[in-house]
Design a protein around this ligand. Structure first.
Ligand code: G3P
Ligand code: MG
Length: 261
């Protein structure tokens, strides 16, 4: 599907909620982004043992919480009791792992737009994670979704864009919530990117900016797709990517890469 509709969302997103200035994938992180003027975030959503999506990047608790072991072995209630803030600094102690539904409620209350990355904890969880994250997001935005919202022409600006490195997860998301738009995440852009996007009914390609060339950016844009880059921490690089036609990007350095006031 090519569409030629201008990117309708904010162009600068705080990566994992608040970049590296706050604990990632937490409400405290989203609040840090908000204090720096961000009106949009990228976050990662993974399934807990009870099938509830929570905000989490790694498949284990070890790096970002005071817990240990696989995220998928804990229920969302158990995850709400681990400390996901202290590792980032004592001022964040007591920060919980939020459910995706809680994070969406917080973002909607404050007018924060979301790019929700579907992050399966392993290959066996790809379909379930894609379907469940999409269903939870679609339910939370049911009041403003349109049946054809996954087509760029009829996209709902308030509703989230789902993305994933997992094509199985994206296919399951499409089946579960056909009204939510989707983007395919890649590192370098593969030669068959357009076929892959078409097969998934995706409207956006999300790539690692370090692997992107200007010629590739222009090809994606002239085919009519949205182009998103992660994770850009240098303001000059941001300007260069926007000059290449990149629509939007996320940053860890919410203090250096600032949205327009
Ligand atoms: O969605 C863009 C970016 O978050 C992808 O990489 O590993 O930070 O989730 P990662
Ligand atoms: Mg991510």
């Amino acid at each position: 599907m090519s569409h030629f509709v201008p990117w309708p969302y904010p162009r600068l997103l705080a990566h994992r909620g608040g970049g590296t200035l706050a604990p990632e994938n937490t409400i405290a992180g989203i609040e840090a982004g908000r204090r720096y003027g961000f009106r949009a975030i990228e976050c990662d959503a993974m399934l807990a043992a009870d099938g509830v999506p929570v905000l989490m990047h790694d498949s284990t608790l070890d790096r970002t919480t005071d817990g240990r072991g696989p995220v998928a072995a804990r229920t969302s209630a158990e995850l709400a009791r681990v400390d996901a803030g202290r590792w980032r600094g004592p001022e964040f102690a007591g920060t919980a792992v939020p459910t995706l539904a809680e994070a969406i409620r917080h973002c909607r209350r404050h007018g924060i737009w979301m790019n929700i990355e579907i992050k399966p904890s392993g290959a066996e969880a790809e379909q379930d994670t894609g379907a469940t994250v999409a269903r939870v997001a679609a339910d939370a935005y049911a009041d403003c979704l349109r049946a054809e919202g996954d087509r760029a022409q009829s996209v709902v600006v308030a509703a989230p864009l789902l993305s994933s490195f997992s094509e199985r997860a994206l296919a399951a998301a499409r089946a579960a919530a056909p009204g939510l738009p989707r983007g395919l995440l890649v590192e370098a852009i593969p030669s068959d990117w357009q076929e892959r996007l078409q097969a998934l009914g995706a409207v956006a390609l999300h790539c690692d900016h370090r692997r992107l060339t200007e010629a590739e950016a222009r090809r994606v844009k002239s085919a009519g797709y949205w182009l998103f880059c992660y994770t850009v921490n240098d303001p000059q690089r941001v300007r260069d990517l926007f000059a290449w036609g990149v629509d939007a990007l996320c940053t860890d350095r919410i203090d250096l890469v600032r949205p327009e006031p």
